[in-house]
Ligand binder design. Structure first.
Ligand SMILES: Cc1cc2nc3c(=O)[nH]c(=O)nc-3n(C[C@H](O)[C@H](O)[C@H](O)COP(=O)(O)OP(=O)(O)OC[C@H]3O[C@@H](n4cnc5c(N)ncnc54)[C@H](O)[C@@H]3O)c2cc1C
Length: 222
């Protein structure tokens, strides 16, 4: 498989960094072609603007989706965006590794989606959900939380994690055609021992070694 790994964590030695390193090592050792985007180390700018493009459809009024469609027609994406879109297009499996921040994606990853999942090139023109541009590809969220597992059950004090992830799994991944594999959730890595964290990294390694044969989950509709 072609696997594309995206990391969104400001500290390379974090537990998220360890999960990312494990994925790179395990998937490479299994013979998959692995490409990465380590967003903080790349200094990726998450703010969408005219810098997304080399082309200009309307210099007077910035309507991002119109500019995205025009850039799709004219090859007018800025190189940093073109490079990221090409990584997604080449991937059979895409994995996002991130800490849950304010019940969602860290801003650097949300902004990466804002800029890279461009209308025309990645969705639109009737290409959404089952007919999405990325249908046939799979995606997986690997995230960490601060709160414990019990807090993220439907009756827990934060509530159902599946519901928290739905805007990402349904609104971004399914929307653009991806089939979604079960999320890899590491609850509260700060709260446990080194031994427990090593056990979780080993479990991630085991899961990844057979990930090619995993079937997608139904993330549900709104
Ligand atoms: C802005 C913000 C918003 C947040 N919002 C939420 C929220 O909505 N919900 C929520 O639940 N939490 C929230 N949090 C908490 C956050 O999700 C957790 O702090 C984060 O997920 C923990 O992961 P980490 O990689 O940062 O852990 P780290 O603190 O980096 O790592 C945990 C421990 O693992 C150790 N470690 C690193 N590598 C290894 C290794 N190879 N083997 C063994 N141990 C290792 C580290 O040394 C450290 O001791 C928020 C935090 C911030 C900053």
């Amino acid at each position: 498989m072609n696997v594309f790994l995206v990391l969104a964590h400001p500290e390379g030695r974090s537990f998220n960094g360890a999960m990312f390193d494990t994925a790179v090592e395990t998937l490479s050792a299994a013979g998959h072609a692995v490409v990465t985007s380590d967003l903080y180390r790349m200094g990726f700018d998450p703010v969408s603007s005219r810098r997304n493009f080399t082309s200009v459809k309307d210099a007077d009024y910035l309507k991002l989706q119109n500019e995205e469609v025009y850039a799709t027609e004219t090859g007018g994406f800025a190189q940093e965006i073109e490079t990221e879109i090409a990584k997604v297009e080449a991937a059979d499996l895409m994995i996002w590794q991130f800490p849950l921040w304010w019940f969602g994606l860290p801003a650097i990853l949300k902004g990466w989606v804002d800029r890279v999942f461009a209308m025309g090139r990645t969705y639109g023109g009737g290409h959404i959900y089952e007919t999405g541009r990325f249908s046939g590809k799979r995606a997986l969220l690997s995230l960490t939380t601060g709160g414990p597992e019990a807090a993220y059950r439907p009756d827990g004090f934060n509530g159902d994690l599946d519901a928290i992830l739905k805007p990402i799994q349904r609104g971004m991944l399914n929307f653009t055609g991806f089939s979604v594999l079960a999320p890899q959730v590491t609850y509260g890595p700060v709260r446990v021992s080194d031994t427990q964290r090593a056990t979780w990294l080993a479990a991630w390694d085991r899961r990844l070694s057979t990930i090619e044969s995993e079937l997608p989950i139904n993330v549900g509709r709104y």
